[in-house]
Design a protein around this ligand. Structure first.
Ligand SMILES: [Zn+2]
Length: 244
């Protein structure tokens, strides 16, 4: 059975492997909740230093660029939009204890009702950062809720109410987002360094405007097809996990 539209949470924490993953996975949902007064926190696990097809790219300046883009994207979704970067090397994110400690700390510090992250069980996914970022969320929640995990942390335990996994292998929850499709697109387009690698937009040239329009079309089409089975104009789809 597919459920629709959680009650707007007071606080939400979205965890992505790279700058732009959160906007792709749940940007319109975050924008909808932000507009309704939800406090939104973004946690980005890697530094995005490999997000380029140019072998001459300077990784240090790419990291700074991508963090600035991520902050602008978070603002484009509206609301408070606090962004935290864990800065693990892009492509080398592990779901180990040190990383779990950090995600647990983020959950205890921000006290979200809803946590959103990559589905670590998505089949045939190649990129290890997405898989590991997903496991950091599930493992981080288990640690955050129980007082005997990482008792040295400064914040008290916290148990979120709901986990929503984006890019879900078996989606069973939809958030209706027709009012915030444009905010999601605006946030995605803030990731200018990714227009070529991720959004199939040429760095320059006469086709650029048409390619941006075609990217926007693909985002709209995807949201439309996610919503269609439930009769919604546009939706983001998730695997929903309650009883955390
Ligand atoms: Zn990614």
């Amino acid at each position: 059975m597919t459920t629709t539209d959680l009650e707007t949470p007071q606080r939400a924490l979205a965890v992505g492997a790279h700058p732009d993953d959160i906007e792709f996975g749940c940007g319109a949902t975050l924008a909808k909740w932000a507009a309704a007064g939800c406090e939104i926190h973004h946690l980005v696990c890697t530094d995005g230093s490999r997000g380029s097809w140019s072998p001459d790219e300077d990784p240090t300046s790419l990291v700074a660029t991508r963090e600035a883009e991520q902050r602008r994207a978070a603002r484009a979704l509206g609301g408070s939009a606090e962004v935290t970067f864990l800065r693990w090397p892009d492509g080398e994110l592990e779901s180990g204890l040190r990383q779990r400690w950090q995600v647990c700390a983020a959950i205890r510090r921000t006290r979200p009702d809803v946590v959103l992250g990559h589905d670590p069980w998505k089949r045939y996914r190649l990129h290890p950062d997405h898989r590991n970022a997903g496991f950091l969320v599930t493992d981080g929640i288990v640690a955050a809720r129980d007082p005997l995990f990482f008792p040295e942390q400064a914040w008290p335990p916290h148990r979120p109410t709901t986990l929503l996994l984006f890019e879900a292998d078996e989606p069973d929850h939809l958030e209706e987002v027709s009012a915030t499709v444009d905010a999601k697109i605006a946030a995605l387009l803030e990731h200018r360094s990714q227009l070529h690698t991720t959004m199939q937009v040429s760095p320059a040239g006469s086709a650029r405007d048409a390619e941006i329009a075609s990217f926007i079309d693909r985002v709209r089409t995807r949201l439309g097809s996610s919503g269609a089975p439930a009769g919604l104009a546009a939706a983001e789809a998730f695997k929903r996990v309650d009883n955390l």
